[in-house]
Design a binder for this molecule. Structure first.
Ligand SMILES: Cc1ncc(COP(=O)(O)O)c(C=O)c1O
Length: 454
């Protein structure tokens, strides 16, 4: 069967024809590869043998590159020694010891398999610790977990309960007023504040310097304040748990967590995605006082914290240990920032050459850039976005989002910038002729979180 035939059959036997909504047909142009065969380094191939430069790296799950030998060798060695034991394995201890040494925010750690495992565990732990019900979630960030405390609060909340979503409140990034409002409305009732410390979406990128007063302490006119510091002080003053979701930012900004760059440390942090370079592992890290509630040596009420059949499975654990050690040794953080910086500068240039500045933008931090297609008023333009990617796919480039890895180099960048320049020239003429929709060979992309399919 070819890709089209498999894709059709796939939708008959797997709802959505994929296991992640963001990999679905409605997120890509119609010419995007439908079924992948294999990947190595910064490249991947579909089952017809067409090769692509891959800037997306699955759902941002690589930091070293696809099929990275050093990690895979460690995983193979671990597999041969047995993958899951009747009592804790030595790798569980070794990884835990390594992480509490590496991550300043980690006095204790607990392992899961997916990012959602650990964000949801953080929320539960916060509720147990504080005895409060409400969670204050950053609405500027799109996704925190597959579980109902979060999904119930989205547009796609069918099957979740009002009783679950009623305790999920929202605030906006860099908007102190929206946080204050929630705390004023629910005094002494908010268990946790959860957000990604940094995000690439403009205009929310940097935690902004702000004037504020928390519990009588005034930070007006200080240089050394920002939104994260405000949240740290506000949560401390109100006895609320501060949770940083480091699933995306964690490995890209700094392997010690993006918050480490700002010197603001949470009570709990959730790491996942690229920590295992494509294998399945996630980590809840945080303060002993909270984490210990999941233990068996205290006299407080017990908390059921991440007890999973596969939590100690050695494939993910060995991959995580090998990935972090390689990132540290190869100084991958520095490579990501520097290649990302070059990419942003050169893509901006390619866009300007085609006078497309109003419509194609590269935004975000150097470590985590994002290409955005907009109407002249700045609103997202789904048809233009789809057409941009349709042209890029034609040139053998997958760049729906950008996850720079150790395997990406200037050759990949040169080819990509050339392709963007040629794509830009085409888009310029298509926009001038008002022919964006006409040029599309399929439907425009749609938001994942929508109530109805059509
Ligand atoms: C910021 C963030 N947090 C949590 C998650 C959930 O991670 P997972 O899909 O591994 O459960 C995601 C997934 O995309 C994410 O982007």
């Amino acid at each position: 069967m070819n890709s089209d035939q498999i894709n059709k059959r796939f939708h008959q036997i797997v709802p959505g024809g994929s296991h992640t909504y963001s990999k679905g047909d409605d997120q890509f142009p119609a010419n995007a590869p439908k079924i992948m065969s294999h990947a190595k380094g910064a490249e991947c191939w579909d089952i017809e043998g067409k090769r692509f430069i891959d800037w997306a790296m699955g759902n941002r799950v690589m930091i070293l590159g696809h099929a990275f030998d050093e990690v895979d060798d460690q995983v193979c060695a671990a597999i041969r020694k047995g993958t899951n034991f009747t009592r804790p394995g030595i790798l569980e201890y070794e990884l835990a010891e390594y992480l509490v040494g590496l991550w300043p925010c980690a006095e204790m750690v607990k392992f899961g398999k997916n990012g959602s495992d650990v964000t949801t565990a953080a929320v539960k732990l916060s509720r147990a610790y504080t005895g409060r019900k409400y969670v204050l979630v950053c609405s500027s960030h799109p996704f925190f977990a597959i579980h109902d405390w979060f999904i119930g609060s989205t547009e796609m909340n069918s099957g979740t309960l009002d009783t679950e979503r009623q305790y999920t409140l929202k605030f906006k990034y860099n908007d102190i007023e929206s946080v204050e409002q929630a705390f004023d409305q629910y005094p002494g009732q908010i268990a946790a504040v959860i957000l990604e410390p940094v995000k690439n979406d403009s205009p929310y990128a940097e935690p902004r310097d702000s004037d504020y007063t928390v519990e009588g302490i005034s930070r007006n006119g200080d240089n050394n304040t920002n939104f994260l510091k405000y949240l740290r002080e506000k949560t401390e003053a109100t006895g609320t748990v501060l949770i940083f979701d480091e699933n995306i930012a964690g490995m890209r900004f700094d392997i010690r967590g993006s918050h480490h760059r700002y010197g603001i440390y949470p009570d709990l942090a959730a790491f996942g995605k690229a920590i295992a370079n494509g294998y399945s592992c996630s980590v809840l890290a945080g303060k002993r006082e909270l984490m210990e509630l999941g233990g068996i040596h205290h006299d407080k009420e017990r908390v059921f914290l991440l007890s999973q059949t596969h939590g100690s499975e050695t494939v993910g654990l060995s991959a995580t240990l090998a990935t972090l050690k390689a990132c540290d040794r190869l100084n991958v953080t520095s490579h990501v920032w520097s290649l990302g910086g070059r990419m942003k500068a050169r893509v901006k240039d390619a866009i300007s050459k085609n006078s497309l500045n109003d419509h194609v933008k590269i935004i975000g931090f150097d470590a985590n850039p994002q290409i955005l297609c907009t109407k002249a008023n700045g609103d997202f333009w789904p048809e233009l976005h789809t057409l941009f990617h349709q042209y890029m796919v034609d040139k053998g480039i997958l760049i729906p989002w950008i996850s720079i890895t150790h395997s990406h180099n200037d050759e990949h960048l040169n080819y990509t910038v050339e392709a963007i320049e040629e794509t830009g020239a085409k888009l310029r003429s298509v926009i001038s002729n008002d022919a964006v929709s006409k040029e599309l060979i399929g439907d425009a992309v749609k938001p994942v979180f929508r109530k109805w399919n059509n």
